[in-house]
Ligand binder design. Structure first.
Ligand code: PAP
Length: 328
């Protein structure tokens, strides 16, 4: 793989136990990675699977924890920024936002990615994080560490319409690993996505598990969408704050705190910061890779009508009867 490929797409640092487990798992040659493995129903890169196993074995959730969950490319970076800003609005006031951490630090460095950290530093001490601990993951609900399910910790799940998510991942992969993805036609990738044999897939299992969990236990799991975040950002920030038990006071609203968070975390603001244009994460990934278009319906310039219809048909079938609809 080329040197720009982040650690979590490699297959180094795997324990012997994990290599043994791999031999019993279904495997496929995937887009972007030479091998993906299916574990607890989801297709993973070897490194992220190692991270998930470490996380399942070692992570102990606390009642006060907040875990942000997404499918890759569904709004992770944005959600991290929004929730970081709202939780820390007293510590880092928004009005004097000239020195706000989000202006000088990429959101991924402010909110640790559980399986990524557990892959890169298996001994990382999460107990050192300030309370409430704010973390993110792509782990399926079923596969979350037991304590994350049994404790009172809060989960905010953000879902994005599958065509935009797929297209975002497609471009991300091409940027990250141009040589490895060059000969892989998009038709084949759409087919794999619709069969569920795509990194992080099946898409529908991931989304539906959290969708049903949010309906069964609305005080534990909050379900938000990228599209609603985009069209009514302020209202969604308030909804997330209420859910997390740190709703805005009337005075804060009058002072315009919600609007300050909307502005600070907007695509335009974050994507133009030096740290997000020129920066790199410790694993070598360029921070600009997390900011592309930030639009609803941006899939139109990448997917042909027939590929879009193929995804639509598949999604319609998988989500039928769930009560969850994708509008674009
Ligand atoms: P990750 O799961 O790998 O961390 P994630 O942040 O979910 O990635 O996805 C990046 C997408 O979010 C990009 O979408 P696009 O490819 O369709 O453009 C990126 O542009 C978008 N994004 C990043 N920050 C923001 C933001 N502040 N507002 C809206 N969209 C954003």
């Amino acid at each position: 793989m080329s040197s720009s490929v982040p650690d979590y797409l490699r297959d180094e640092n795997l324990t012997q136990e994990t290599r043994d487990l791999f031999s019993s798992l279904p495997r496929e040659k995937g887009w972007l990675v030479s091998q993906m493995y299916q574990y607890q129903g989801i297709w993973h890169t070897p490194a992220l699977l190692q991270g998930i196993l470490n996380c399942q074995n070692h992570f102990q959730a606390k009642d006060s924890d907040i875990i942000l969950v997404t499918n890759p490319k569904s709004g992770t970076t944005w959600l991290k920024a929004l929730v970081f800003a709202l939780l820390n609005r007293h510590k880092f006031p928004l009005s004097s936002s000239g020195d706000h951490p989000l202006l000088v630090t990429n959101p991924h460095l402010l909110v640790p990615f559980l399986e990524g950290v557990y892959y890169e530093s298996p001994d990382f001490d999460f107990s050192e994080l300030p309370s409430p601990r704010l973390m993110n993951t792509h782990i399926l609900h079923f596969s979350l560490p037991e304590s994350a399910k049994s404790s009172a910790c809060k989960i905010v799940y953000c879902c994005r319409n599958p065509k935009d998510m797929f297209v975002s991942l497609w471009h991300f992969g091409k940027k990250l690993a141009p040589e490895e993805t060059a000969d892989y036609p998009i038709e084949k990738a759409v087919k794999a996505f619709c069969e569920g044999k795509f990194i992080g897939g099946p898409f529908w299992d991931h989304v539906l598990e959290y969708w049903y969990a949010s309906r069964e236990n609305p005080s534990k799991v909050l379900f938000v969408t990228y599209e609603e975040l985009k069209t009514q950002t302020g209202a969604e920030i308030k909804r997330i704050a209420e859910f997390l038990g740190c709703g805005f006071t009337g005075e804060e609203e009058v002072r315009g705190e919600v609007e300050e968070i909307v502005k600070l975390c907007s695509f335009e603001r974050l994507s133009n910061l030096e740290v997000n244009r020129e920066g790199k994460l410790p694993n070598g990934m360029e921070t600009k890779a997390f900011f592309r278009k930030g639009e609803i319906g941006g899939w139109r310039d990448t997917l042909s009508e027939s590929l879009a219809e193929e995804i639509d048909r598949n999604i319609e079938e998988k989500f039928r009867g769930s009560g969850l609809k994708f509008s674009c």
